[in-house]
Design a protein around this ligand. Structure first.
Ligand SMILES: Nc1ncnc2c1ncn2[C@@H]1O[C@H](COP(=O)(O)OP(=O)(O)O)[C@@H](O)[C@H]1O
Ligand SMILES: [Mg+2]
Length: 314
């Protein structure tokens, strides 16, 4: 059996933090051959029945636990040859990312995690449009006037670029801020004039942002990310710390309410973010947090992922 991992360079990943590393290691331990693919290497040969091909490298686990591949052993393959393909490259979510989904969605045989067409349909912040009852008041817009009205109504809001991640560009603004028009124009411009998200400020952000991992709609674990002092961002990338947690009633209900959506859209491996009982994000591109949850709860989430994939392939 062969699995393909579309990802950042496996030689450069941090093996004590990376979630993809855990999935690869688990696959290798089970005797599955693993290969490294970069999204930029994938191409479509339209006149040959739209063959989707790439040149890839076989991944090996070294004695010291790191991953490696032999740069001299480039393999040209038809991607139909894989049982499963994991889309795990880091954002940005941009035209490069989207272009890759046009190709991968044409594949018939491999199970692609996650479904490329739905990755394209639902950027992780726009996806909240499907769950207005679960999310705080939110506006998605690049129109300064619309944004100002929203800020005046809510008094305190968080701004975020629609296609950002890892805490990029997260700022709190108050309605009393001077030169708001100018500030917003510059903010939008800073993010290529793409839409931005304005969201009601949740004061209890300080208690943490809960990441919950779901596999085919079922909860497999959670971790609370708590921002460091004087920071509004809980993201691990932004220095947030990992705290052991469990789900309360409201949070379990949120997971229940999104379950069928995730299953129907074939969003198999997902990480959702809950702040103060509100769902703020459904991360479908390349969710992380496996190692933090494993360490805090003594579990092996990667085992559940591979079990699920192997069961689905039967
Ligand atoms: N509405 C909000 N109220 C308060 N803090 C927020 C809000 N939205 C985001 N944050 C803070 O910013 C961090 C990152 O926000 P998030 O929406 O998850 O964007 P990203 O994609 O960058 O992770 C959160 O972990 C939280 O600490
Ligand atoms: Mg987030």
């Amino acid at each position: 059996m062969k699995f393909l991992f579309q990802m950042d360079d496996p030689k450069k990943i941090n093996i004590s933090e990376d979630s993809t590393y855990m999935i690869i290691k688990e696959s290798l331990n089970r005797g599955i051959e693993c290969f490294y693919n970069d999204p930029n290497w994938v191409y479509a040969d339209i006149n040959r029945k739209n063959k989707i091909k790439s040149h890839i490298f076989r991944i090996f686990l070294k004695d010291n636990g790191t991953l490696t591949y032999d740069i001299k052993n480039k393999i040209n393959v038809d991607l139909e040859n894989f049982s499963a393909i994991f889309i795990r490259q880091d954002p940005p979510y941009d035209m490069k990312y989207i272009s890759n989904t046009y190709l991968l969605e044409k594949l018939k045989k491999p199970m692609v995690i996650n479904n490329p067409s739905e990755l394209r349909n639902f950027p992780e912040k726009h996806i909240m449009m499907n769950f207005p009852d679960l999310t705080p008041s939110t506006i998605i817009s690049s129109d300064v006037e619309v944004l100002i009205k929203f800020i005046e109504k809510n008094n305190e809001v968080i701004l975020k670029p629609a296609y950002g991640n890892g805490g990029l560009g997260i700022v709190k603004v108050d309605a009393s801020k001077r030169n708001l028009t100018n500030f917003l124009s510059k903010y939008i411009n800073q993010f290529s004039n793409n839409p931005i998200i304005a969201q009601r400020f949740l004061k209890n952000y300080i208690r943490g942002d809960k990441r919950v991992i779901l596999i085919n709609g079922n909860v497999k674990g959670s971790v609370l990310r708590v921002p460091k002092k004087n920071s509004i961002k809980s993201n691990f990338h932004a220095g947030g710390s990992a705290v052991k947690t469990s789900l309360n009633k409201k949070e379990k209900l949120i997971c229940q309410k999104i379950k069928n959506f995730l299953i129907n859209k074939k969003l198999y491996f997902v990480g959702i973010d809950i702040i103060d009982g509100f769902l703020t994000e459904i991360n479908i591109t390349s969710p992380t947090g496996i190692q933090e949850i494993n360490r805090l709860d003594g579990v092996n989430i990667e085992k559940s992922i591979i079990n699920f994939v192997l069961k689905s392939l039967k």
